[in-house]
Design a protein around this ligand. Structure first.
Ligand code: ARG
Length: 492
């Protein structure tokens, strides 16, 4: 028993020693070839959190959901001036900095304020827009709240990882501050009176208010420095050549007053047309894509998870010599470790952590993480299945002259499989539901799509009901199919 924990600990330590130095190394590139690299690559990947009109938000453009807003136009101009193509990657605001540092995106344009704390980890361009902070409240409360100080005894909401969140925490008294990852969820929480106010940039507050007659904006009166209320573009630390070049574009945008003259009015137009059709049927394509990705992830993960499971189960049952004992320990440690950590953390580890060594796309990362996770559980089922096959079977096969391997392959495993079929089926159904976790790294499966529809339509509950029904149809159909095969197997 003791030895087992020692091994586990050693593995953990080794893991950290591997990851930590690599990540710091990554942060400080020795020579600055940032500009060259982008120009060679030909694409500039912009990370953004499209829940912040007029900066960035989802809108239906030519029948398709797209990210629009003033930050997108700034991104386009930056890319154009660099002579490269712009690619937009959406994610939650609090994932943006990690994504930049781990190379998932090349820059962040997301209404981000260049605060001193952030400057320690990333480089910023000159600021392109000065916003200031407001608090959005329900119109019915209009007389009740005046500014940040009126919320004593109440609850203020703010997006996690933002300056508004920090300010709400540090500059209010006796006020509960609730953080949520998505700005649109905060607004929904406000409308259902779970929150009394939501702090955000003034232009964004105005956009939400103009879109929704039940809301009004009040000044926040937060005490903020100028840099904490204006927005800039973030690049990886040490990208001096790239930042200098982009600064020329930013200065030009400011000199020509492009944000006020062009970008903001354009964003306003999208905001108006955006709320025209908010019926769920209108979004059937988004939901269909969601189903497609959910099924891709589930089927692939069950397949690879099964293979990993067989290997692990056999390793866990290996007996004899030093090598086999080590193998057994390793497999046991793996199973214990995977089952002892949340799948959500594993997904983030594969995407961001392994991403330091190989740049895996989100879908691949998701499939890898879920397969590795599922493998640990399946291994236990298989082990139980193998144990459930009577020893007499093995003895008989061996006495007929079959080798160990052949006995396993032709006699034991097929019977074990039959016994554990119901558990494997359960695993499949569980994965249909649990694969939803990969939405956090931006895989466009069902949950992700429903979030897009929610921020597109400003409707909170309808998309949730839709995906609930869709998930049920998926799992119910799957369990019918699995039952059919189970019955068939029993007849054989
Ligand atoms: N300006 C705030 C900050 O830098 C919040 C920005 C939120 N942006 C967004 N796209 N949701 O922390």
């Amino acid at each position: 028993m003791k030895k087992k924990y020692g091994l586990l600990l050693a593995m953990l330590v080794a893991l950290f020693m591997l990851v930590v130095p690599m990540s710091t190394q990554h942060a400080q590139a020795a020579t600055d070839d940032s500009l060259e690299k982008i120009q060679k690559k030909g694409v500039l990947v912009m990370g953004t959190s499209p829940d912040y009109p007029p900066y960035e938000f989802q809108a239906t453009v030519n029948g398709k959901s797209a990210v629009v807003g003033m930050d997108v136009q700034i991104g386009k101009k930056v890319a154009k001036d660099l002579g490269v193509k712009l690619k937009i990657k959406s994610m939650s605001f609090d994932s943006l900095l990690v994504a930049l540092q781990t190379g998932k995106v090349d820059m962040i344009i997301s209404g981000m304020n260049p605060t001193p704390a952030r400057r320690k980890n990333v480089d910023f361009t000159h600021t392109y827009y000065q916003g200031g902070y407001d608090i959005v409240i329900n119109k019915t409360d209009a007389g009740k709240y005046k500014n940040k100080d009126s919320f004593a005894g109440g609850t203020l909401g703010a997006q996690t990882g933002t300056t508004q969140y920090n300010a709400s925490k540090s500059q209010t008294k006796k006020t509960a501050v609730k953080g949520m990852t998505s700005q649109s969820d905060l607004i929904l929480a406000l409308q259902s009176h779970k929150l009394d106010g939501v702090a955000m940039e003034k232009p964004s507050a105005e956009a939400y208010v103009s879109n929704n007659k039940q809301l009004v904006a009040i000044p926040s009166d937060f005490n903020m420095s100028a840099s904490a209320t204006s927005s800039a573009i973030a690049f990886r630390k040490g990208s001096t050549s790239l930042v200098n070049k982009v600064n020329v574009t930013v200065d030009q945008i400011k000199k020509d007053n492009l944000v006020k003259k062009d970008y903001l009015p354009t964003a306003g137009k999208y905001l108006k047309t955006n709320t025209v059709n908010t019926s769920m049927g209108h979004y059937w394509k988004a939901f269909l894509t969601g189903i497609e990705y959910t099924l891709i992830i589930t089927v692939c993960s069950v397949f690879f998870g099964f293979i990993i499971g067989i290997i692990l189960a056999l390793a866990r049952m290996a007996k004899g010599g030093v090598l086999k004992t080590a193998l057994r320990w390793l497999a046991t440690a793996y199973v214990e470790f995977i089952r002892g950590t949340p799948m959500m953390v594993q997904v983030m580890f594969v995407y961001f952590g392994l991403g330091l060594f190989v740049n895996l796309p989100a879908l691949t990362s998701g499939i890898i993480a879920i397969s590795l996770n599922s493998g640990a559980y399946v291994a236990e089922y298989i082990r139980g299945g193998i144990n459930s096959v009577d020893d007499g079977q093995t003895e008989a096969a061996r006495s007929l002259g079959m080798s160990n391997g052949k006995t396993m392959r032709y006699v034991v495993l097929p019977q074990a499989l039959k016994n554990i079929w119901p558990s494997l089926g359960n695993e499949f159904i569980t994965l249909i539901k649990d694969s939803s976790i990969v939405s956090i790294i931006g895989v466009t499966e069902l949950i992700y799509q429903s979030n897009i529809v929610r921020s597109d339509t400003y409707r909170g509950v309808a998309p949730i009901v839709v995906i609930m029904v869709l998930y049920f149809i998926l799992t119910f159909t799957a369990s019918r199919i699995l039952n059919y095969f189970e019955r068939k197997m029993q007849h054989d």
